[in-house]
Design a protein around this ligand. Structure first.
Ligand SMILES: *[C@@H]1O[C@H](CO)[C@@H](O)[C@H](O)[C@H]1NC(C)=O
Ligand SMILES: *[C@@H]1O[C@H](CO)[C@@H](O)[C@H](O)[C@H]1NC(C)=O
Ligand SMILES: *[C@@H]1O[C@H](CO)[C@@H](O)[C@H](O)[C@H]1NC(C)=O
Ligand SMILES: *[C@@H]1O[C@H](CO)[C@@H](O)[C@H](O)[C@H]1NC(C)=O
Ligand SMILES: *[C@@H]1O[C@H](CO)[C@@H](O)[C@H](O)[C@H]1NC(C)=O
Ligand SMILES: *[C@@H]1O[C@H](CO)[C@@H](O)[C@H](O)[C@H]1NC(C)=O
Length: 273
């Protein structure tokens, strides 16, 4: 009886041991794969970051990367306020570009296909930081020093998320460096070309002051399906929030004119529209 029980429990123990061993091995495999994946995410992201940075003939890219990743690694991705990016702005400052600064809202593709081909204007995405991080997603998590590129909180999921805070902080800075004539490309195919919740409406426009900015020139892009023109209420709202000393100007520009100017580099910028 006792031996039987002993053997029985021995078998049970061996079975338990086997299950335990398999479980432990599985956990180890999962952990290794996960940590390799995370390390891979970090290194892929870092490669993109450095490659894009080096296109600016910037020889400080490794340092900018170090400053950048310290901001969000080992941190709750919903607890990164815009001020956290101050050291990054210091490490890679925006240069003032008088009379050439171009803002945009809901016209991203059109504006960039233009600025890629012509250097009449400079957008946020043509600056070092803007270009390096354009289209990317990144965040950290508590207890890890890795950069994640998947599973990060979405734009509206929490107010102070890693990506949104960067764009808010960088846009505020970009707007601060604007001077002289400032241009914004808005979308004539929607009812609210000026949206007070957009980055342009909620951050950038508020940073313009008449000491530096002389004119705000709105280019309202008109497509075949345009629904508004320069007289629309939405643009009246823009004039209301604009610092009073800044001269406001609006021009309806057919999309075809912008395309034409893109493909004629010999055409002077002033005579594009
Ligand atoms: C987001 O950060 C700001 C500081 O920039 C802070 O005042 C605010 O309370 C934060 N919001 C949330 C929801 O944590
Ligand atoms: C910007 O344009 C104004 C005239 O609108 C001119 O006086 C100024 O010199 C220009 N600034 C630069 C940096 O080109
Ligand atoms: C304007 O917005 C509409 C709707 O989102 C979009 O389809 C269109 O491409 C935008 N126009 C421009 C010039 O970006
Ligand atoms: C994270 O920490 C580990 C161990 O401390 C180190 O080997 C690795 O290089 C660090 N990774 C990054 C991206 O800093
Ligand atoms: C600045 O904008 C005004 C109004 O649109 C225009 O008349 C002037 O030529 C512009 N100056 C420069 C330097 O772009
Ligand atoms: C602009 O739009 C308003 C309202 O839709 C219309 O009454 C007006 O004729 C338009 N102006 C021009 C120049 O197209």
């Amino acid at each position: 009886m006792e031996r039987g029980e002993f053997r029985g429990s021995g078998k049970r123990r061996r079975k338990c041991c086997l299950i335990l061993c398999v479980a432990v091995i599985l956990i180890i495999i999962i952990a290794v794969v996960l940590s390799l994946t995370l390390r891979q995410e970090t290194s892929d992201f870092k490669t993109i970051f450095l490659d894009r940075c080096k296109k600016f003939k910037e020889n400080n890219c490794e340092n900018i990367w170090e400053v950048f990743q310290k901001i969000y690694v080992n941190r709750d991705p919903c607890q990164v306020p815009m001020e956290a990016y101050d050291p990054l702005i210091t490490a890679a400052p925006f240069k003032p570009s008088c009379n050439k600064t171009m803002f945009w809202s809901k016209t991203k593709d059109v504006v960039h296909s233009f600025t890629e081909k012509r250097d009449c204007f400079l957008t946020m995405e043509d600056t070092l930081l803007g270009s390096v991080l354009d289209g990317l997603t990144w965040c950290g998590k508590e207890g890890s020093n890795e950069t994640l590129t998947t599973g990060c909180p979405g734009w509206t999921e929490c107010e102070n998320n890693t990506v949104r805070s960067f764009w808010n902080r960088a846009s505020a800075e970009f707007a601060d460096t604007a001077c002289g004539n400032v241009t914004v490309m808005l979308n004539g195919s929607i009812m609210t070309p000026f949206d007070s919740r957009s980055i342009f409406g909620s951050i950038e426009v508020k940073r313009f002051n008449s000491k530096r900015v002389r004119n705000l020139n709105v280019l309202l892009v008109m497509q075949k399906n345009a629904v508004v023109n320069c007289t629309t209420d939405s643009l009246q709202e823009l004039q209301k929030v604009l610092d009073k000393g800044i001269k406001y100007n609006c021009k309806e520009v057919p999309e075809s004119l912008i395309e034409e100017c893109s493909s004629h580099p010999e055409k002077p910028c002033e005579s594009c529209w």
